[in-house]
Design a protein around this ligand. Structure first.
Ligand code: GLU
Length: 298
């Protein structure tokens, strides 16, 4: 991996959308919060397109994101980093984790995981734990496989994902790892990370050769990001990011998690539920000033 850029002395913020749909009000809130905090702290503002999932991301969505941000009046430094152009950087980070003996191949299908979880629930006589996103923790079936046989299956091209051995990773970095939260006044508060609650997360798949977690920590370091501002839905995932930063020898930025916008049904806005996009609001006659005002950035 290339060395990170020299510290300019200025704080560095970034907005990092995934181009798998049009931006909605929640993204506008995130981008505007980044812009406002960057301005308040005299920082730089970067844009990163998180398009590692080539099956779901589309070039026209990237054009849409750029147009929406321009319409909102937010200016980002050029050039814009596109993750799909940097798979080598993520492969380098993955290789480093593999060299540390922290990664193992997992051949389980979703159904096999479900079955294994049900079996473990039978054994323990209770419900199997879920991660902060509500998915059952990986029960570890492939962690216990014979190493030579596993290598043979990988060499034979059997489909698999690569998982982080979280227990081993957590033991390696030791107790007390965490990160600092910052608020709009620049106050900081240390938070302990609890990565074990995520279990053995996936770091790479066949169709997507890196994961969000791996790409985000590598890029934040390569781009010299000092202040990460994102929604509360990604707060818990920061525990994984801290572990990866420690294992890869990367700095841990400061973090700020903004509130999420809720729709009429009380659920957070999401592209997957076709929450009204900024493009639609614009077409209905809303001005950028009205959107900014509605989000508290008059
Ligand atoms: N790409 C992520 C998203 O669109 C955000 C990543 C981040 O801010 O760390 O939800």
């Amino acid at each position: 991996m290339a060395a990170y850029p020299p510290v300019s002395g200025k704080p560095v913020f970034r907005f990092a959308p995934s181009p798998n749909g049009r931006l909605h009000l929640g993204h506008a809130l995130s981008a505007l919060t980044n812009a406002a905090l960057a301005q308040r702290f005299g920082g730089r503002l970067l844009l990163r397109i998180e398009d590692i999932d080539l099956g779901r991301c589309r070039p026209d969505y990237i054009d849409g994101i750029l147009a929406d941000l321009d319409w909102l009046g937010i200016r980002f430094e050029q050039p814009v980093r596109r993750q799909s152009e940097h798979f080598d950087d993520y492969a380098g980070a993955l290789a480093s984790l593999q060299k540390q003996g922290l990664v193992y191949p997992c051949f389980c299908s979703r159904q096999e995981i479900k079955t294994a979880v049900a079996a473990r629930e039978g054994e323990v006589g209770g419900t199997w734990p879920v991660d902060p996103d509500g998915a059952p923790l990986y029960p570890g079936s492939c962690k216990r496989l014979d190493e030579a046989r596993t290598a043979g299956r990988v060499a034979a091209g059997e489909p698999h994902v690569l998982r982080l051995d979280m227990m081993r990773a957590a033991a390696l970095i030791g107790d007390g790892a965490g990160y600092e939260l910052f608020d709009g006044e620049g106050r900081r508060r240390f938070v302990l990370a609890h990565p074990a609650r995520w279990g053995d997360v996936v770091l790479a798949r066949r169709d997507v050769p890196t994961s969000y977690h791996l790409a985000v920590v590598v890029d934040d370091a390569l781009q010299g990001v000092t202040h990460v501002v994102r929604g509360k839905d990604l707060e818990a995932a920061t525990d994984i990011h801290v572990v990866l930063q420690r294992l890869l020898g990367l700095p841990t930025p400061l973090y700020h998690f903004h509130e999420l916008l809720i729709d009429e049904d009380g659920r957070k806005l999401a592209k997957s539920r076709s929450s009204q996009s900024l493009a639609e609001l614009r077409a209905r006659g809303f001005s950028a000033a009205a959107i900014r005002q509605r989000l508290g950035f008059a």
